[in-house]
Design a protein around this ligand. Sequence first.
Ligand SMILES: Nc1ncnc2c1ncn2[C@@H]1O[C@H](COP(=O)(O)OP(=O)(O)O)[C@@H](O)[C@H]1O
Ligand SMILES: [Mg+2]
Length: 222
Amino acid sequence: MGAAVSVREARKTYPGGVEALAGVSFDLSPGTFAALLGPSGCGKSTLLHLLGALEKPTSGSVAVDGHDLAALSEAARDDYRLRRAATVFQLYNLLPTMTALENVALPLLLDGLPRPEAEARAEKGLAEVGLSARKDAFPYELSGGQMQRVAVARALAPRPALLLADEPTGSLDSRSGAQVLDLVGELVAARGVTVVLATHDAAAAGRASRVLRLLDGRLVDG
Ligand SMILES: Nc1ncnc2c1ncn2[C@@H]1O[C@H](COP(=O)(O)OP(=O)(O)O)[C@@H](O)[C@H]1O
Ligand SMILES: [Mg+2]
């Protein structure tokens, strides 16, 4: 089941006075595939950091399934990051000394799953992104598109309710990028995961069921 997201007048001012978010409000019902579209510097990553509970808003609130993320205890926040909200980054962030399988199994091991079960689930996840044959490959042996598919499998392995993707196709050629977005679209639809995809690419945003346009830290016709 996907997460319900509710953002109310969220502001984020960084030390030095940069107002990255100038009061943003929106709601996402569970299972929505939303794109956060806007040029570099408009506040997309900042908003994803708030949704991922990596940072707190300066004022306003960000709630997931009715829980204000800023009010969570440290343990609840760790739990949220590990089990409820997963992130895919532009530069894959795979661990270079681990194989594809080990990378996907890692969050499950951190969550306390016994290794055989974690690896069985990781194998399944790699199969879903079409990479069973490459499970023992190290990241440097994979193409960019393949690395991002491993990162998608890793993000979805803990069965999160919310998937946050920050310019996930920003380092890929258009064909590999389209393939990654196709996969993400299929996998999240099958599981009902709520997605927030940050992108400056209108074509990528076109795959979303809801487009939130961000400009200078504000939503425009969102
Ligand atoms: N940690 C930070 N400290 C100071 N300013 C920041 C920080 N992170 C982002 N900013 C500034 O906030 C604004 C929004 O940045 P960001 O959210 O990264 O935008 P986007 O992801 O859309 O490119 C930019 O002006 C950026 O320079
Ligand atoms: Mg960014």
